[in-house]
Design a protein around this ligand. Structure first.
Ligand SMILES: [Zn+2]
Length: 70
């Protein structure tokens, strides 16, 4: 039981809470229901359009994220 384990446990719990919250709203946990990642221009200069979320295939729906990720 080190500090790292406690930190991982905390992060896992936070992630599970986040997924549960998103599930109640039927929003994709990866992109918060937006369907894309709003990357800043200088980090992803080769993307002309916002990067489509691979978790939900751009739909932003939890149901799509659930079927593709699990
Ligand atoms: Zn998504």
């Amino acid at each position: 039981m080190g500090l790292l384990n406690a930190l991982n446990q905390w992060r896992n719990t936070r992630y599970e809470n986040h997924v549960t919250n998103m599930k109640e709203q039927n929003k994709c946990p990866d992109c918060y229901g937006r369907g894309f990642y709003p990357f800043s221009a200088n980090e992803f200069v080769y993307y002309a359009a916002p990067y489509e979320c691979p978790g939900c295939n751009g739909s932003g729906l939890y149901s799509d994220w659930d079927t593709s990720a699990n």
